[in-house]
Design a protein around this ligand. Sequence first.
Ligand SMILES: NC(=O)c1ccc[n+]([C@@H]2O[C@H](COP(=O)([O-])OP(=O)(O)OC[C@H]3O[C@@H](n4cnc5c(N)ncnc54)[C@H](OP(=O)(O)O)[C@@H]3O)[C@@H](O)[C@H]2O)c1
Length: 305
Amino acid sequence: MNIAIIGGTGLLGSNLVALYKSKKLDVKAFSRSVAGNIDPTYNQITNFENLEFELNTAFVSWKPDIIINAIALVNLSECENRKEYCHKTNVKIAETLAIIAKKQHSYYIHISTDHYYKDNKEKHTETDPIILLNYYSTTKREAEEKVLHLYKDSLVVRTNIIGFRKSKTFSFFEWLHNALEKEIEINLFYDFYTSVISVKELGVLLLKCYDNRLFGIYNIASSEVVDKYSFGMQVAKKFKLSNNLITKSSFDDFQREDNLKRASNLGLDVSKIEKALNLHMPSIDKTISTLLNEYKESLNSEKRD
Ligand SMILES: NC(=O)c1ccc[n+]([C@@H]2O[C@H](COP(=O)([O-])OP(=O)(O)OC[C@H]3O[C@@H](n4cnc5c(N)ncnc54)[C@H](OP(=O)(O)O)[C@@H]3O)[C@@H](O)[C@H]2O)c1
């Protein structure tokens, strides 16, 4: 099976390439840059100004069964400050990929977000009302609509991912783990909630979605909702690290002094995907165990090298 990952250098893209490679699938990434977290033999440098031509040319001799869009501008401040660039990245590229996927008869997976909720509800279904508090979420919602309009046989995934980016900038989990390991004081919000899933687990579930040809919007996330503080405490326990320097802090207090409005109750209801795939989504404990196993494996492979 041929899988094209568009944007192979980010948290999601680099992990999907490594995962599918380990499953002996024929995976190729199409990225704008070279990075240390992706084997260059699997990463084709692509001119995104000419994306349709570049990919349609590449897909003449190598037809992807699945195309996954792992590209986005995720930095909320940057999205506000560079609106045109953010729109081009989060909407235009998503639209172009939908057009290409339709032409190639490929299964198109567009990764969206959970950054849509600031209410008192714990878990949100795919049809619950959403609120667009900033330009990031505005572009992510626009992309969802445009993708499904252009190519209705697409899968739009609302999620919250966690894992190791192994790149210039730390992912949230790498930042947390580094602080715990080096005993650096950190603040974690007790009033910011997510249903975080490990990127590796998400990667496995995306293949199941393809097997079942699921189309439309699906929440794919943990079966549980957790606040950032409790998550940090659970990580410390599982990784056998001290939690003494984790300070419980308030997201609402932080928001009062911040001009950028953010969603904060991002919990997702996963009953639709559980029913469609006839399986249970991972718990938060399982998500952290997956991260621990990944961490141990990378330590072992460093020792071997
Ligand atoms: N991380 C989270 O917590 C989270 C939560 C919910 C949803 N998501 C969604 O998950 C998806 C993947 O996010 P991520 O965390 O993996 O992001 P990431 O680590 O920041 O990676 C972003 C990727 O997009 C590429 N990219 C950005 N702008 C581009 C442009 N203008 N042209 C071409 N490539 C561009 C980057 O390339 P370079 O390396 O060259 O910059 C990189 O490969 C996104 O759709 C995001 O909205 C993420």
